[in-house]
Design a protein. Structure first.
Length: 161
């Protein structure tokens, strides 16, 4: 018997992670999968009580709710609210939290082109995994690039640590 292909393994892992998140109530994905979901799409990110939470602080929703003047970043914000929010708002699968400089710093040091390639093709790293196109096969290369630029800009401009 041969080993599963990278894509097949990626789908299996993504289903497992999303299934666990949904079963535990960690994330509600109403409207998930829409590449250009409106900014008012309904997403609920649930967090543990502060005493039980040992990870980094939850991101500030203002990071993704405020429309942006830059067209590339605004397109990325819309893609983020339609797809990326499912993992990057709560760290699902090891995803770096939007706006968290500590988590994004080592990734940004690799360069935006590397991050775009990982987001487009998928990536398994020591700290987590990134399904190709965030698990949304309908996203174009341009939309993925815009979402990466948006997330990178939030890490650079936010006060999060």
């Amino acid at each position: 018997m041969h080993a599963p292909s990278f894509a097949a393994e990626q789908v299996r892992r993504l289903r497992s992670v999303i299934g666990a998140a949904l079963a535990s109530g960690a994330v509600s994905i109403a409207g998930c999968g829409s590449a250009d979901a409106p900014a008012e799409a309904s997403f609920t990110v649930l967090s543990e009580p502060a005493a039980a939470h040992s990870g980094p602080p939850a991101p500030d929703p203002a990071l993704w709710k405020t429309p942006l003047d830059d067209p590339l970043l605004e397109q990325g914000r819309k893609v983020w609210t339609g797809t990326c929010i499912a993992c990057h708002s709560n760290g699902l699968g090891g995803a770096p939290l939007i706006g968290n400089r500590e988590l994004w710093g080592p990734r940004l040091d690799q360069g935006l082109e590397t991050l775009v390639r990982h987001a487009t093709e998928g990536f398994y790293g020591k700290k987590g995994e990134m399904p190709a196109r965030g698990g949304n096969a309908e996203l174009t290369d341009e939309q993925v690039r815009a979402a990466v630029h948006f997330m990178a800009s939030r890490a650079v401009t936010s006060g999060g640590s």
